[in-house]
Every structure is written in structure tokens, then in C-alpha cells.
Design a protein around this ligand. Structure first.
Ligand SMILES: *[C@@H]1O[C@H](CO)[C@@H](O)[C@H](O)[C@H]1NC(C)=O
Length: 278
């Protein structure tokens, strides 16, 4: 009697599992897999609830990498902060050898362009090249390491305070290319969204880490603070073109450094998913 009941229970359990599996297979097709399914469910709640501790979570990683990629593609614009659940991912990328390798590749492509037949420099002193300052020549990474890799809203007063300390390191691959460009007799213009009061600190910091010999450093004056950075930078290029300069290229980490007219012949974008300047 007891044996019979036991068998009955086992049979029910067997039938229940079998029907679950069959339903699952029917619903999910041949790729249905209960482990994957549970992982996916966990992932969705992780993304929705902003749980960024799921380090080993493949889907969260994909989600955040897509976010980062779409920032670089300029599909995602005007973000104020890095999404909470992606702070770890962005922090890991920005401190990784991949970030260095990506930056190096961008500089190698600039170098290739400079040595190509497309660039027939006249050598009349009117060949020009433009660089951004922050996260192009100098890295703000030490600041953002202390501020959740862009996961907290930017405090400009605080960031400018850090800039005044003149401790920003150089981005090594940009530094190399900077001197390569100088060596070709091309005039270098630095057009930055930093404000005019930071001029001394900016010059000090640039020289300290190995930059010198630029033709001019353009910073945002009071009247420029009311403009979009993109218009301010386009106006600075317009002045150069009016002075007869040919702008061969721009290297920057923000799309607002390239957009608008007059355009440069080529632009080279460095990765930056810590903040967005429009
Ligand atoms: C921004 O930073 C400054 C200086 O560190 C601080 O005094 C101020 O309270 C901060 N502002 C906000 C909104 O957090």
C-alpha cells in the first residue's frame, strides 16, 4: 500500500516535469534551455532594478556594451549620467587595455591619413590641425574614477577645481601623434570647451605632461558660455578658415567637436562614454 502511493507520487512528478519540458520546447523551439531561461529572467530584473552587481551576467554586459557602443556611434545623445546598472561596465572599459588599444588605433588611423597622398601639405604655414583638450590630450579619468565613472551628475565647480590642480595625465598615444603632426610643420590649434579662467592651469598642465608648440589655445569666453559647444567650436574653425588655414583634421572625444560648418577634411573620434558635451 505504502509502496503503491510512493509510486503514484513519482509518476505524478514525472508527468509534471515531462509536461513542463514539452510546453517549454513547444514555446521556445529547439534552443529552449531552462538554465538560459532563468538566467535571462534574472538578467531582466537586474537591468530593470538597476542591480549592477551581476558582474558575471552576460546579458547585463551586452546591454551595457550596447549602450557604450551607441554612445560612440552618436545614436545616444545628451545623456546626463551613465546608467546606474552600467557604471561597473563603463569603469572597467575606461580603465582597460581595450580602451588604450581603441585609442591607439584611432591615432594610428590619423597617422596613416597624415602620411597618405590625400594630404598634400603646401608648407606655406597654412596647414592646420585641431585637437580637443579633455580626454583627447589630457585624461580626466582620475577625476571620474572618484565620481562613479560618470554615474553621478557632473558638478562643474568640482571638475574645474580638479582641473586647477593641473594633475591630468596625458593620453600617451595622442601625445605621440601630437609631436608627429608638429614635426610635419602643421600648425596645431587647441579648441577646448574649458572656460577662459582655466587658461593658466590648462597651459601648465599641458606643458607639464609634454605638450608644447601649439599655435593657439582657444577657450570659452563669457559670451561663448551661452552657446552650444558645437556652435562655439564651429565658429572657431570659421575664424581659422577666414585666416586662410586649411583644416586637415580634428581629433576629439566628442561629436560636438566635429559637427557643423566649416568641416575639417577628416575627423578622428576617441572613445568617451563618461560624459556627453553638446
Ligand atoms: C559641487 O561641488 C562644490 C565644490 O566641491 C560643492 O560646494 C557643491 O555643493 C556641489 N554642488 C552640488 C549640486 O552638489
Amino acid at each position: 500500500m505504502h509502496m503503491h502511493m510512493q509510486m503514484g507520487r513519482d509518476l505524478w512528478l514525472f508527468l509534471a516535469i515531462a509536461s513542463l519540458l514539452i510546453t517549454g520546447l513547444a514555446a521556445g523551439g529547439e534552443n529552449w534551455n531552462i538554465l538560459k531561461y532563468q538566467k535571462k529572467k534574472h538578467m531582466q530584473s537586474a537591468v530593470l532594478l538597476g542591480d549592477h552587481n551581476g558582474n558575471n551576467n552576460d546579458n547585463l554586459k551586452k546591454y551595457c556594451e550596447s549602450w557604450r557602443m551607441n554612445v560612440e556611434l552618436n545614436n545616444i545623445r545628451d545623456f546626463d549620467v551613465v546608467p546606474q546598472e552600467c557604471i561597473d561596465h563603463i569603469g572597467r572599459y575606461m580603465t582597460s587595455s581595450q580602451y588604450k588599444s581603441d585609442s591607439q588605433r584611432a591615432m594610428e588611423e590619423s597617422s596613416l591619413y597624415l602620411s597618405s597622398h590625400f594630404c598634400n601639405f603646401k608648407g606655406d604655414g597654412k596647414d592646420a590641425w585641431i585637437f580637443d583638450v579633455d580626454d583627447t590630450l589630457l585624461s580626466t579619468l582620475p577625476y571620474f574614477k572618484k565620481h562613479q565613472f560618470g554615474g553621478e551628475k557632473l558638478n562643474v565647480t568640482c571638475l574645474e577645481g580638479w582641473m586647477r590642480e593641473t594633475k591630468a595625465p596625458a593620453l600617451e598615444h595622442t601625445l605621440q601623434l601630437y609631436h608627429e603632426i608638429r614635426g610635419k610643420g602643421i600648425k596645431i590649434f587647441l579648441i577646448s570647451s574649458r572656460r577662459e579662467p582655466l587658461r593658466d592651469a590648462t597651459v601648465d598642465n599641458l606643458i607639464k605632461v609634454g605638450y608644447h608648440g601649439w599655435t593657439s589655445l582657444v577657450l570659452r569666453g563669457l559670451e561663448d558660455e551661452y552657446k552650444e559647444v558645437q556652435s562655439y567650436k564651429a565658429e572657431a574653425r570659421k575664424r581659422l578658415v577666414e585666416e586662410g588655414y586649411r583644416i586637415w583634421g580634428i581629433i576629439g572625444d566628442q561629436w560636438s567637436s566635429f559637427d557643423g560648418l566649416p568641416a575639417a577634411k577628416r575627423t578622428f573620434k576617441l572613445p568617451n562614454s563618461l560624459y556627453y558635451v553638446s
